[in-house]
Write a protein that binds this ligand. Structure first.
Ligand code: HDD
Length: 681
């Protein structure tokens, strides 16, 4: 095990100056005065009133009263980790960004994952877009890649952002529902702002309910610019590709987890890092030369469009590893301030109207959220390179700027701090030629809202399509207004008639009119069926009772562990479970505390002395995992139980026949497959 106290990189060393461990220390006030009593306020007599002069009491209460800050207006619920980015190859041909300039160059990063709509205390596994925000602490300043787990956005112009968020958040007259788009105002917005079609398709699909932050992609969404030393520019889109592939929960499972472990995703991230199963993502870029700006059937500045990987391949240029949990969630995760406008030389903006508006909103929101203009001084937000300028004062200023001069130009300080020419690293905005009349309008090239929504639909497998129909049917099924349900069915008929027809039948409205739609191509990168499938870090519930065959079980557990699979012993009660030869395994979870929805697979062992209650609970447990299409393995007594349930011979149910090794190999392969959709349910 590596020493967790050893600073790993420049950012960690910097944060170390601010870390405090209160353990074993004397208690003091914030003024440093030692406190002699912390249980009783100072009173006039032991039954008398508390006295104003009790400075310890007043300080303690005042601080407590002010502990909360406003949660983020969107992406309030999030979880973060530290890590490192490593560049695979120099990208100098495209960008002068230093952190992408050398093979093997490492840059500290901080990543915050989030849901969009829910409050800070909402559940992790709701159907929603996930935020994927990365702060690179480069030697040339902080670079923030503030993305989501879907490659497109709901709207094309930032002026509509408050509208989409108001429509999606709980309705203002009732504050219902929490962390859900299954309500009238959201679908009213969708039907009346049809640029939403493409992202709504992603949201209703399995992408809206990821299995883990470690198993979802990240996308910068907006089109940025790379600029090289020669001032040549390229359009660029950023991608994060998880090494473990892209995997999702099933909807019923996600809903159950929301109750049984609302912290499922943050716990998964935290535990993976603590057990050194470090999440890894490769950084990919799609690069389009400036001259090709008008080569595509969509506008490269339109955030509701992806660039199909078949048209513009993703070039993998580096890898990010998350390897350290935060020490304090408030100080780091809550106070981190991302901003898509935080760029470094070599990365620039485009005229994407969504991006342009974002450049205003993020700093603005931090001013209210973090209480003033000095949030860049909060440890988690500080760059690792020094920073000097003439900005001064404001709430919570910590830097003690010495001397008289705080203006430019000056002669007293020889005109310093001085601007740096671009040749020496000063940021220079790309000299794009711009002309036009001031006009509130949108280019005609932004007006096709359905071709790519259809591309998405056509790229799904039949099972993924069914999940998407189910997603729509659940969400629209909760919409009270019949007119809204009908409007949405009509709208999505432009994506696919069959999709809209099925939704219509499920939500009690007229089938839509037939709409002829074009653009039936598909993209392999969209379907999760084509993703990486690995058994590593998957969680297996091992259902075990007294009298189990320890020889077999220990062998299976050892083989699973060798593959990085995490097995948890589950029984009726916590504590030791005794095998047929007296060997004991410790049950760390029960059927109640470790329900099947929290695991990727179930291994049913049972045991010769299993109680009736064990049998009842285990059968329920397995049938739930079966219904969620999960791999199920059985050895010993477990096999007869599967036969009892009449599921001994269906896809993804692996039964030990004679050879133990053959069983574990098949079971591990099944675990890697994630789910078995072709199962009779
Ligand atoms: Fe945003 C937060 C991602 C459009 C305004 N956004 C926020 C976060 C993520 C994104 C991941 C959370 C960052 C964190 O963890 O602290 N936002 C996106 C993406 C968008 C997008 C991928 C489209 C491409 N956002 C967008 C628009 C606006 C905003 C169009 C406003 C015009 N976003 C904000 C914000 C937030 C925010 C209000 C709330 C908290 C914060 O900034 O720090 O400024």
């Amino acid at each position: 095990m590596s020493d967790k106290n050893e600073p790993r990189n420049e950012k960690d060393r910097q944060l170390d100056q601010y870390r405090v461990n209160d353990r074993d220390k004397p208690m003091t006030t914030n003024q440093g005065v030692k406190v002699s009593e912390d249980e009783f306020s100072l009173k006039a007599g032991d039954r008398g009133p508390t006295l104003m002069e009790d400075f310890h009491f007043r300080e303690k209460l005042t601080h407590f009263d002010h502990e909360r800050i406003p949660e983020r207006v969107v992406h309030a619920r999030g979880y973060a980790a530290h890590g490192e980015f490593e560049c695979y190859e120099p990208m100098k041909e495209f960008t002068r960004a230093g952190f992408l300039s050398e093979k093997g160059k490492k840059t500290p990063v901080f990543v915050r994952f989030s849901t969009v709509l829910g409050s800070r205390g909402s559940a992790d596994t709701v159907r929603d877009v996930r935020g994927f925000a990365t702060k690179f602490y480069t030697e040339e300043g902080n670079y923030d890649l503030v993305g989501n787990n879907m490659p497109v956005f709901f709207i094309q112009d930032a002026i509509k952002f408050p509208d989409i968020i108001h429509a999606g958040k709980p309705e203002p007259d009732t504050e219902i529902p929490q962390a859900a788009t299954a309500h009238d105002t959201f679908w009213d917005f969708v039907a009346n702002n049809q640029e939403t079609a493409h992202q709504v398709m992603w949201l209703m699909s399995d992408r809206g309910i990821p299995r883990s932050f470690r198993m979802m992609e990240g996308f910068g969404i907006n089109t940025f610019r790379f600029v090289n030393e020669e001032e040549e520019a390229f359009f660029v889109k950023f991608h994060w590709k998880p090494k473990l592939g892209v995997h999702s929960l099933v909807w019923e499972e996600a809903q159950e987890i929301s109750g049984k472990d609302p912290d499922f995703h943050r716990r998964d991230l935290y535990e993976s890092i603590e057990t050194e199963n470090y999440p890894e993502y490769e950084l990919g870029v799609q690069i389009v030369p400036q001259d090709d700006e008008f080569r595509f059937p969509f506008d490269v500045l339109d955030a509701t469009k992806l660039w199909p990987e078949e048209l513009v391949p993703v070039k993998i240029i580096g890898k990010m590893t998350l390897n350290r949990n935060v020490d304090n969630v408030f100080a780091e995760t809550e106070q981190v301030a991302f901003h898509p406008g935080n760029v470094v030389p070599g990365i620039d903006f485009t005229n994407d109207p969504l991006l342009q508006g974002r450049l205003f909103s993020y700093i603005d929101t931090q001013l209210i959220r973090l209480g003033g203009p000095n949030f860049h001084e909060i440890p988690i937000n500080r760059p690792i390179c020094p920073f000097f300028n003439n900005q001064r004062d404001g709430y919570h200023r910590q830097t003690i700027n010495k001397g008289k001069v705080s203006y430019h130009k000056n002669s007293l300080w020889n005109n310093t701090p001085s601007p740096v020419p671009p040749s020496k690293g000063g940021y220079k905005h790309y000299e794009e030629k711009v002309e036009g009349r001031k006009i509130r309008a949108r280019s005609d090239s932004f007006k096709d809202h359905f071709s790519q929504a259809k591309l998405f639909w056509n790229s799904l497998t039949p099972v993924e399509k069914q999940h998407t129909v189910n997603g729509f049917s659940f969400e629209l099924g909760k919409v009270q207004s019949k007119s809204l349900r009908q409007q949405n069915v009509e709208m999505f008929a432009h994506v696919d008639y069959e999709l809209a027809r099925q939704i219509a039948d499920n939500v009690g409205v007229e089938r839509p009119r037939h709409v002829e739609s074009s653009g039936v191509a598909n993209s392999k990168a969209i379907s999760q069926e084509n993703t990486v499938k690995l058994p590593n870090t998957r969680r297996v519930a091992v259902l075990i009772a007294d009298g189990f065959n320890s020889n077999v079980v220990l062998n299976v557990l050892e083989s699973l562990a060798k593959q990085g699979i995490q097995a948890y012993i589950i029984s009726e009660k916590l504590g030791p479970v005794t095998g047929n030869d007296g060997i004991q395994l410790e049950a760390t979870k029960t059927f109640q505390t470790g329900p099947s929805v929290l695991f990727d697979a179930v291994y049913i062992v049972a045991g010769a002395r299993a109680s009736k209650q064990f049998a009842k609970d285990a059968l329920n447990y397995v049938s739930e995992a079966y219904r969620h299409f999960k791999p199920i393995g059985a050895t010993g007594e477990g096999i007869s139980w599967l036969e009892l349930m009449k599921i001994g011979n269906v896809p993804g149910v692996i039964v030990q026949k004679s050879d133990g090794r053959e069983f574990t190999n098949r079971f591990i392969a099944a675990i890697a497959r994630h789910r078995f959709w072709n199962r009779p349910i």
